[in-house]
Design a binder for this molecule. Structure first.
Ligand code: ZN
Length: 388
């Protein structure tokens, strides 16, 4: 994992800042150089081969313009190959000069020695960011909840992306074979309560306990029927839960709970802004909060239907939010945890009738994340690796 502020390789590049956030060089022992805010991304490959993403595209052009605006000096993109450093820089709105070979003086006051990166000996690069896609399998009356789930799962499978599916007890009872198939295809299955829209925090301990226990049984299936799957994760409907819920999660052997949003309530004392998983004090599970983004000057959490219902975001706005959040996660070295719903994204729904639906921002995000060096992880793996 890379930490902001580290130099590149041994001594070749240094961190720089324009005073704007997410702008700079990242990397410690790994082999890449990313510019989070501007969507341009540069990867160092082996000793002789390197790749430049998005160069010459509108993204690169806008990166140039943006940084020019900030500094009036420009922004450089470059790649390392065959012992030479190649760089571009811009002045004003356009591309400036092109350099090849020899020392290259960057406009932000740092320089490159012209020597090879120390760690580029054909080692695979570390991921730039860990992305956890959470797919909700809820039942929304009047929609094709099953086809929506199949669409999402097929897309992820084609892309070989690991993800976690949060399933309600109700959905599991109606679609036991489908959920078992999805599990057998390598997806993690997690508990999402029993009924769509239930609010655990309004219920007694006894009612919550029987509801969650029934849901858990519905999800896990049974050994003798060949439908058994282990379930260790949980996220309540509507993020609704209370200390009774926490006690029940311990009793059910749940090891992580995603019913929290970064920077928003409900939160755990002292962990308001935590983005990585952390142990829940006094309980046996870890908390992994859902990632946040910025929209219209407000902090929002990354969930398709929340953005559709509350903000009536167009597909383009939702896509932009996902893209910005990806860049921020890369720049700040944070994981990115995002929710997509079977009956919404999976069915290409839109909050604005007649407009483009939410399918395209979903697949565009998957492509962009991949291009920017993301690694997709199931929730359980993210929690096991980082909850400490
Ligand atoms: Zn849900």
């Amino acid at each position: 994992m890379n930490r902001m502020g580290a130099g590149y390789g041994s001594n070749i590049f240094n961190m720089f800042s324009t005073g704007s956030s997410y702008y700079g060089l990242f990397g410690s022992s790994s082999s890449y150089w990313a510019n989070g805010l501007n969507n341009s991304f540069l990867r160092y490959g082996s000793n002789t081969l390197s790749m430049l993403y998005n160069f010459g595209t509108p993204y690169a052009q806008s990166a140039m313009n943006l940084s020019s605006g900030l500094s009036n000096l420009g922004f450089n993109l470059g790649f390392y190959g065959s012992g030479n450093f190649y760089g571009y820089y811009g002045i004003g709105n356009g591309y400036g000069s092109y350099y090849t070979g020899g020392p290259f003086i960057f406009p932000y006051g740092f320089s490159n020695s012209g020597s090879k990166p120390a760690d580029s000996n054909n080692q695979p690069s570390e991921p730039t960011v860990l992305v956890n896609i959470q797919i909700d399998a809820d039942i929304s009356p009047g929609r094709d909840n099953v086809q929506g789930l199949i669409n999402l799962i097929d897309e992820l499978e084609q892309r070989k992306i690991k993800a976690t599916v949060f399933v309600t007890g109700e959905f599991a009872n109606q679609q036991q074979l489908l959920i078992t198939d999805i599990y057998n295809d390598g997806f993690e299955i997690a508990l999402h309560g029993y009924y769509t829209g239930e609010q655990l925090a309004t219920m007694s301990y006894t009612n919550q306990r029987s509801l969650l226990q029934n849901a858990m049984q519905a999800l896990e299936g049974c050994f003798t029927c060949g439908t058994y799957k282990p379930v260790v994760g949980f996220r309540p409907q509507y993020f609704s839960q209370d200390p009774n819920t926490y006690a029940i999660l311990d009793e059910l052997g749940i090891s992580y709970n995603c019913g929290f949003k970064v920077g928003q309530i409900p939160y755990v004392e002292g962990h308001m802004d935590d983005v990585w998983p952390f142990p829940m004090e006094g309980h046996d599970f870890c908390v992994l909060p859902i990632s946040r983004g910025e929209f219209d000057g407000q902090t929002v959490y990354l969930c398709d239907i929340a953005m559709a219902n509350v903000y009536h975001m167009s597909a383009a706005e939702w896509g932009g939010l996902l893209s910005d959040s990806l860049d921020r996660a890369i720049a700040l070295d944070e994981p990115l945890v995002i929710l997509f719903h079977n009956w919404y994204t999976g069915m290409d729904e839109t909050p604005n009738p007649g407009e483009e639906g939410y399918w395209k921002p979903f697949v565009d995000f998957l492509s962009e994340a991949k291009n920017k060096g993301a690694s997709f992880v199931a929730t359980q793996k993210l929690v096991e690796d980082f909850c400490n």
